[in-house]
Design a protein around this ligand. Structure first.
Ligand SMILES: C[S@@+](CC[C@H](N)C(=O)[O-])C[C@H]1O[C@@H](n2cnc3c(N)ncnc32)[C@H](O)[C@@H]1O
Length: 199
């Protein structure tokens, strides 16, 4: 199976250089000018977009190749981001450090996902916002992007359970057309969430 480093090795950006649509719609729910960590950030398109809005952004991913490209994209767009090569398996977020935590297509095995989402609840500052878009199990037959392993795909019910303690501002499962580079193309079954840590 191809690794993420191998997938990101070509010069082209696999998911393009424009931010994810749901992030673009919802980003300003994150407190203005705050600290944001983007989990599984890959080649940096979302982190760079948030930096352009004035956030102080850390892009975290296991792929050093992806994060090198993220740094180049930031330089090309004239913004600064921090990056961290790290594995989310067993990862601990600093408590109450983040105004925003972003997870776009960060598909993890269910046990790791649950553990990280409990970390998300603790890692947000009071008033901080978690923003997620992921494919759901209904996406598998579509073949328009995302993993084929159902264990990597969350449902809204599961997210609500793992993120208990956050106030859900947006929580929906919908079908929408996703066009992102060559990686995601076509009608897709997704779950979207914006959730805030109560003050
Ligand atoms: C589908 S890509 C999404 C990239 C980016 N969020 C975007 O929207 O362009 C999933 C990313 O999650 C990262 N990832 C998967 N498992 C991970 C893990 N255990 N720890 C850190 N990153 C991981 C991969 O390296 C990959 O960059």
């Amino acid at each position: 199976m191809i690794t993420w480093d191998e997938r990101y090795a070509p010069a082209a950006y696999f998911y393009g250089t424009e931010p994810n649509d749901f992030l673009r719609e919802q980003a300003t729910a994150i407190p203005s000018g705050g600290t944001v960590v983007c989990l599984g950030e890959g080649e940096g398109r979302n982190a760079v977009y948030l930096a352009g809005l004035g956030y102080d952004v850390l892009a975290l991913d296991q792929s050093a190749v992806g994060l090198e490209k993220a740094g180049r994209l930031a330089a090309a767009k004239g913004v600064q981001i921090q990056s961290l090569v790290a594995n989310l398996d067993g990862y601990r977020l600093d408590a109450a450090r983040w105004d925003g935590i972003v997870s776009i297509w960060c598909h993890l095995p269910s046990a790791i996902r649950s553990s990280i989402h409990r970390q998300v609840v603790l890692g947000l500052k009071p008033g901080g916002v978690f923003l997620l878009e992921a494919y759901t199990p209904r996406q598998i037959p579509n073949g328009t992007g995302g993993p084929k392993d159902v264990d990597l795909l969350p449902t809204l019910a599961e997210l609500r359970r793992d993120l208990a303690g956050l106030e859900v501002l947006v929580g929906t499962e919908i079908d929408r057309v996703v066009q992102e580079g060559t990686g995601h193309n076509g009608l897709s079954a997704v779950v979207q969430m914006v959730a805030r840590r109560p003050t």
